[in-house]
Ligand binder design. Structure first.
Ligand SMILES: Nc1ncnc2c1ncn2[C@@H]1O[C@H](COP(=O)(O)OP(=O)(O)OP(=O)(O)O)[C@@H](O)[C@H]1O
Ligand SMILES: [Mg+2]
Length: 260
């Protein structure tokens, strides 16, 4: 549990050269001192009251459950700076007209990456898709809506079967239509790992790598997404070819009145 006092104390101890077991543990939890300062700023600005447990520790990022000053749960995604594969990120950044210029050091690439996830979520949310509502991004930290119930994070589609698979599929196709053809964003890492199931309905997450159609590899990412989607839907008992999926998503995205 990290509240403002704790974060302040950790920053002071780090600056003081202390490197005991607790400081090493904090570091392993993705908190280098710059990240601690970023979290501190977000606390000062009243986006975060305190960080609670870790929901997920991944290769690229850790996701925490947190609470905002009004007592609402929020999710805080902290991208790793030290160990992240930031060179791999260039492929998804270069050619995105929204980020025409970015500096090629780790920290700036990861800052832009977090901002990209924020912008992608924002565009998809505005288009009416079921994605976590983005609250703020600052440096390598993204604050967004917590997807879950009573503080319990929603499971991934990978780990559960929705009660009403047909209804779930319909909602998923609607949301994906709004993402790809309403907001005009190709997710680029669509899979049963990045779809959460909340109250029987899908929520699409993890949009850092998402690119607009203008991106030079958008079509390749799109094809890969559609192949994976076809497999995901097949597991839910619905068979679609990639060609059929393109038509279905296009139709549903345009129906929503997006700008495709
Ligand atoms: N807004 C959220 N609310 C609740 N849980 C979330 C939220 N965002 C992410 N999670 C949880 O954290 C996990 C990892 O998040 P995400 O997929 O965005 O990160 P990632 O980029 O895949 O990280 P890595 O690939 O390094 O594991 C998700 O599978 C989900 O369980
Ligand atoms: Mg993921």
């Amino acid at each position: 549990m990290y509240d403002m006092r704790k974060v302040e104390e950790l920053i002071a101890r780090w600056e003081n050269g202390e490197r005991d077991a607790e400081m090493r543990k904090v570091r392993n939890e993705v908190f280098d001192v710059l990240t601690l300062r970023t979290i501190y700023k977000l606390m000062e600005q009243k986006y975060i009251l305190r960080l609670e447990g870790v929901i997920s520790t991944g290769k690229e990022a850790n996701v925490f459950r947190a609470v905002d000053p009004s007592g609402e749960y929020i999710a805080v995604k902290v991208y790793r700076v030290e160990t992240s594969e930031f060179r791999h990120m260039w492929k998804y950044l270069e050619g995105d007209p929204r980020f025409a210029r970015f500096r090629r050091n780790k920290r700036s690439v990861i800052r832009v990456w977090a901002k990209k996830e924020y912008k992608n979520l924002e565009a998809c949310f505005r288009a009416g898709a079921s994605v976590p509502y983005p609250i703020v991004s600052r440096d390598n930290v993204l604050v967004m809506e917590f997807v879950g119930e009573d503080g319990e994070p929603a499971p991934r589609l990978k780990d559960c079967v929705p009660d009403d698979p047909d209804g779930f599929v319909e909602e998923l196709l609607d949301s994906l239509g709004k993402i790809y053809y309403g907001a005009g964003i190709v997710h680029a890492d669509l899979s049963e790992y990045n779809i959460l199931v909340r109250g029987g309905s899908p929520v699409v997450i993890d949009m850092g790598q998402g690119v607009p159609w203008e991106h030079p590899f958008a079509i390749d990412f799109f094809r890969r997404d559609m192949e994976r989607l076809s497999a995901v839907l097949s597991d839910l008992g619905r068979e679609y070819t990639v060609g059929e999926l393109v038509k279905v998503l296009e139709e549903r995205g345009k129906k929503g009145g997006g700008k495709a």
